[in-house]
Ligand binder design. Structure first.
Ligand SMILES: [Zn+2]
Ligand SMILES: [Zn+2]
Length: 240
């Protein structure tokens, strides 16, 4: 039996044993997810956004003001959702509440969103410092990336890009402090060879400071095209 058929069978057995339940409202799940069709339809899609940094825009425009003045170091951004209700509820349960079922729902949702035609040759999730990894127990970006990499048939490396310095959480910082906070925080494992086109993946993108710093590291190592992928884009705090 092919692996895919086996895994479909596995999914059916699991669903029979454990029926799908919407994590947001408790109704029956739909489309193989622990999320009902109504809640899935309410998730805020990031349809009108900056082409370069995926910043949500009220009116369609190719580039946001910031990207016109000072373009980010990456080549393209893909963030299919906006970080807003009710997606933020699933994300915070996943990231801070150890709710891995919420993470599975988020990754499944991400897979079904439309994406650029050209896929990268490698996906690198933003790494956590080992102290944070110990605290949380899992890297939320890596766990979102695994099913996505399988679905797109793109290799995934979890320890090629490494965080060599523990940095304070970006959440409480403004845009300028965020940039200096992550400067020099990432390194590449020595002696590796990288493909021409790489995607860096994170769960939520806010100012993009972390993704920009990772991009610089990859470009310095000779990567020609870097895409940044985030599940959701938050409006940037004080980004000027
Ligand atoms: Zn629901
Ligand atoms: Zn932009």
């Amino acid at each position: 039996m092919r692996r895919e058929a086996l895994s479909n069978l596995g999914t059916r057995v699991q669903q029979w044993l454990l029926p799908l339940r919407c994590l947001l409202c408790g109704a029956s799940g739909a489309n193989g997810m622990d999320l009902c069709a109504d809640c899935a339809a309410e998730l805020p899609r990031n349809l009108s956004c900056c082409e370069r940094c995926a910043l949500p825009l009220a009116v369609p425009a190719a580039l946001c003001g910031e990207c016109q003045r000072r373009p980010p170091p990456w080549d393209a951004a893909w963030a299919p959702f906006r970080y807003a209700w009710p997606l933020d509820r699933l994300e915070s349960r996943y990231k801070f509440g150890r709710d891995l079922a919420a993470g599975r729902v988020l990754s499944s949702l991400w897979q079904t969103e439309s994406r650029a035609a050209v896929l990268p040759e490698l996906i690198l999730p933003v790494p956590l410092h080992r102290s944070r990894l110990r605290q949380r127990g899992y890297n939320q970006a890596l766990e979102l990336a695994k099913p996505l990499a399988r679905a797109f048939d793109v290799p995934l490396e979890h320890d090629l890009l490494q965080r060599q310095r523990a940095t304070p959480a970006q959440t409480e910082l403004d845009a300028v402090t965020r940039r200096s906070n992550v400067r020099g925080a990432f390194v590449l494992r020595p002696g590796i060879s990288l493909p021409v086109h790489v995607a860096i993946l994170d769960d939520v993108m806010t100012t993009g400071a972390t993704l920009a710093e990772c991009t610089r590291v990859l470009k310095r190592a000779g990567v020609q095209r870097v895409d940044v992928w985030a599940l959701a884009r938050a409006p940037s705090p004080g980004r000027r």
